[in-house]
Ligand binder design. Structure first.
Ligand code: ATP
Length: 305
C-alpha cells in the first residue's frame, strides 16, 4: 500500500440522480439473503451533489442537517471511498460534503447516488483512471442500486439489481413526486414482502412489454405497465399510503407508482403543464410534491476547478 498524498488538489463535485423503478419484480431471497430482481430503473431529476477534497482522514458532512443520514463510517460515501482506494492499493483519504436533494429513506436511492458520486469524484480528484468496468463492479459491492446511479438513463437491472444494461427509452416524461414526511426502511419492506410472498419466483421475469413501450416512446402504454411488487408490503407497513394512492388515481387512473420500497409515490405525465396541474391539485389536499424529469444522466462531474 502506498500513500500518494498531493497537497493542494482542487475539490471535485459530482452530481448524481435519484432513481425510480418503472418495474420492480422481486424474487424469493437467495442463499446470501439478497433478493433477485428484474427491474427497469429510470434516473430522474432530483440530485445529490457530493464534493470531495483530499484530506489526512476520512470524514463526511452535510451542507444542511438531514435526520437519518449518518455522519460517521456508517455513511455509504465513506465505504465507497475506502473501497476505491483499496482497489488501487492506495493509502489516501478525503473530506466529503453532501448536499442532499434526494429524499432520505424515500425509496429513491439517495445513499446509492451519494456512493456513485463519491466513486466518480475521488477517481477524478486523484486521477486514478479507474475503468468503467471496475467502477461498476466496485459500485455493485456497495449496494444494489449504486451501479445504476453511475449509469443513469433507463436500464434493465438483474442479479440483485447490480447488473445493469441500458435500454432504449424514447420517452421524455415528467414525474410528480409525492413526498412523505416519514421514511420507510427498505429492509423492513423486503422482510414483509417475504412474509406476503412465500411463492415468489427464483428469477422474476423481464418485463418485455414495458421495455418495448419505452423503445416506442409510448407513454400511455408505459403508464399502464408500471408495476412494483413491493407495493402490498409497503402499504401494509404504511396504511396512510393507500389514501394517497386513491387521491392520485382519482387525478390520473394510470401512471401511479410506488418509488422503490417507498414511501414516495409517483405520477407519470407526458407534459410538464399537466404535471404542474397535478402538483397544484395535490397541494390543495395538503400534499407536498415536486416535479422531476426522466430519464436524466447518471453521476457526472459538475465542478472541477
Ligand atoms: P434504498 O436505496 O434502500 O431504496 P432509500 O432511498 O429508501 O434507500 P436512502 O436515503 O438511500 O434510502 O437511505 C437508506 C439508509 O441508508 C438510511 O437509513 C441511512 O441511515 C443510510 N445512509 C447511509 N449513507 C447515507 C447517505 N449518504 N445518504 C442517505 N442515507 C444514508
Amino acid at each position: 500500500m502506498s500513500s500518494q498524498r498531493v497537497e493542494g488538489l482542487p475539490p471535485v463535485t459530482v452530481r448524481a440522480p435519484a432513481k425510480i423503478n418503472l418495474h420492480l419484480g422481486v424474487g424469493s431471497p437467495r442463499p446470501d439473503g439478497l433478493h433477485p430482481l428484474s427491474t427497469v430503473y429510470q434516473a430522474v431529476g432530483l440530485y445529490d451533489d457530493v464534493t470531495v477534497v483530499d484530506a489526512p482522514d476520512w470524514s463526511v458532512e452535510l451542507t444542511e442537517q438531514v435526520p437519518g443520514v449518518p455522519l460517521d463510517d456508517d455513511n455509504i460515501v465513506i465505504r465507497a471511498g475506502r473501497a476505491l482506494v483499496a482497489h488501487h492499493d492506495l493509502d489516501l483519504a478525503a473530506a466529503i460534503t453532501i448536499a442532499k436533494g434526494i429524499p432520505v429513506m424515500g425509496g429513491m436511492a439517495g445513499g446509492s447516488a451519494d456512493a456513485a458520486a463519491t466513486l466518480l469524484a475521488l477517481d477524478r480528484l486523484w486521477d486514478l483512471q479507474t475503468t468503467d468496468e471496475d467502477l461498476l463492479r466496485i459500485a455493485g459491492t456497495l449496494g444494489s442500486d449504486v451501479p445504476f446511479a453511475l449509469l443513469g438513463g433507463t436500464a434493465l437491472g438483474t442479479g440483485h439489481g447490480e447488473q445493469v444494461e441500458p435500454v432504449p427509452d424514447a420517452t421524455s416524461v415528467w414525474w410528480v413526486v409525492v413526498l412523505s414526511g416519514e421514511g420507510l426502511s427498505t429492509p423492513a419492506v423486503y422482510r414483509h414482502f417475504d412474509e406476503l410472498s412465500p411463492d415468489a419466483p427464483a428469477e422474476p421475469p423481464v418485463p418485455e412489454g414495458l421495455i418495448a413501450a419505452l423503445a416506442d416512446g409510448d407513454v400511455d402504454e408505459v403508464g399502464d405497465l408500471l408495476a412494483n411488487d413491493l407495493w402490498p408490503a409497503a402499504r401494509d407497513l404504511r396504511p396512510d399510503l393507500v389514501d394517497v394512492e386513491v387521491a392520485l388515481r382519482s387525478l390520473s387512473p394510470s401512471g401511479v407508482l410506488l418509488s422503490g420500497s417507498g414511501p414516495t409515490l409517483l405520477v407519470l405525465h407526458d407534459e410538464v403543464d399537466d404535471a404542474r396541474a397535478t402538483v397544484a391539485a395535490l397541494a390543495e389536499q395538503g400534499m407536498t410534491c415536486t416535479i422531476a424529469p426522466g430519464p436524466v444522466a447518471g453521476a457526472h462531474v459538475v465542478t472541477y476547478v
